[in-house]
Design a protein around this ligand. Structure first.
Ligand SMILES: Cc1ncc(COP(=O)(O)O)c(C=O)c1O
Length: 400
């Protein structure tokens, strides 16, 4: 990228638009074309052997790398301040290929107890079938984490803010503890995005995303990505994608996510601004008993939120109603514009009931133990005019 004669690193929005692409190399096409090809022809047998051996640059076969996918990986790695990135078919594919590649039978993985439901199921019920032990820890309690480190884990996994209840996990403190016992820290940064929070700068080893959410940004695709050092990311491409799962992203989805990245900063800023106003509006209603949003004055982990996320809270709000789950359901059903749907990071504002939807894969006992309460709703604020959102919300609140 041109630096205009200065050493200034271009900002995130600029890199998301320009980094790694020169139109003159692609017949002047302003936008990186989509490469719909499953395999690549070598000029000679010797060149093919050289590319296979990694001694020459080039592409081999679509399961491991495609030029459209590669540009997405370059841009996401840059946004996360990472050396390398690897895109995959979904967020869950990014997580499972990472864990399958780096964990082996006999290893222990420490996992925060409040995470996205399918990720929880993978750690609680699937990876354990392969001889890996999972220990669930309340990672908001650093003493409990320190204690769990005595089991000499191979990896530590958490989301921050956590899905669905917006707890904050201290990336720097936990990465420091993990380094002392040689454990690898993997952070799911889906909720914050690299615009708000960059876990690698705070000491984490790998960052994973559901690109289905803010990175794509329009609710029309599935995708995932993992970013970190080449030493940790390259084996995931070789084992996780090429051999173990084949969960490669399609060139079309990579193309759409590249388009999403061009407006990521604009969208995340707008999501955060609107979410703040929606959270304030919900908090002043007598119908709600608690509104959990990182930049509200009564957010319980304010200092940590400020340290990791700065002044932006992101799009997600957790809210409880006077009258419990029943009141929450009445609120959802009374909304007119806001849709009841899982997912987040879309232009449309979405609301859902985690206990019966995204986190229904936890048993009722697990939800009770881990604090995923029946009366909690998750709102993913979209990009509509905030006055329209609050009008819809206030009308629904009047019916609760
Ligand atoms: C925080 C988080 N991580 C990962 C995932 C899984 O992503 P995907 O649905 O793209 O597989 C989700 C999905 O909702 C999520 O919310």
């Amino acid at each position: 990228m041109p630096k205009h004669g200065t050493n200034r690193k271009p900002g995130a929005a600029t890199r998301a638009i320009h980094l790694g692409y020169e139109p003159s190399e692609f017949r002047g096409a302003l936008t990186m074309p989509m490469f719909l090809t499953s395999t690549y022809a070598f000029e000679t047998a010797q060149q093919g052997a050289g590319i296979f051996a990694g001694e020459e640059p080039g592409y081999v076969y679509g399961r491991t790398k495609n030029p459209t996918q590669e540009l997405l990986e370059i841009r996401m790695a840059s946004l996360e301040n990472a050396e390398a990135g690897l895109a995959s078919a979904s967020g869950i594919a990014a997580i499972t290929t990472t864990i399958f590649t780096h964990a082996k039978a006999g290893d222990t993985i420490l996992v925060d107890q409040v995470i996205y439901g399918c990720t929880f199921a993978f750690f609680a019920r699937e990876i354990t079938e392969f001889g890996v032990t999972t220990k669930f820890v309340d990672m908001t309690d650093l003493n409990a984490v320190e204690d769990a480190m005595k089991s000499e884990p191979r990896m530590v996994f958490f989301e921050t803010p956590s899905n669905p209840n917006m707890r904050m996990i201290d990336i720097e403190a936990i990465s420091h503890m993990a380094r002392k016992v040689g454990a690898m820290v993997v952070v799911d940064n889906t909720f914050a995005t690299p615009i708000i929070q960059r876990p690698l700068e705070l000491g984490a080893d790998l960052v994973v995303h559901s690109a289905t959410k803010f990175l794509g940004g329009h609710g029309d695709l599935l995708g995932g990505i993992v970013c970190g050092s080449s030493e940790l990311v390259n084996p995931i491409r070789g084992r996780g994608l090429r051999v173990l799962t084949g969960a490669t992203i399609s060139p079309f989805n990579a193309f759409q996510i590249l388009r999403g990245l061009k407006t990521l900063k604009l969208r995340v800023d707008a999501h955060s601004q609107s979410a703040q106003l929606v959270a304030e509006n919900l908090a002043k209603s007598e119908k709600t008993t608690s509104v959990i949003y990182p930049t509200l004055p009564d957010y319980p982990q304010k200092a940590l939120a400020k340290k990791q996320m700065g002044d932006q809270g992101g799009a997600i709000i957790a809210v409880r109603f006077d009258g419990g789950a029943e009141a929450g359901h009445r609120f959802i059903n009374a909304l007119e514009m806001i849709k009841c749907a899982v997912s987040l990071g879309d232009a449309e504002t979405l609301v859902q009931h985690p206990a019966s939807m995204t986190h229904s894969i936890y048993t009722p006992e697990e939800r009770a133990t881990f604090g995923i309460d029946d009366d909690l709703l998750r709102i993913a604020v979209g990009l509509e005019e905030v006055e329209d959102l609050n009008a819809d919300i206030n009308n629904a609140l009047s019916q609760v």
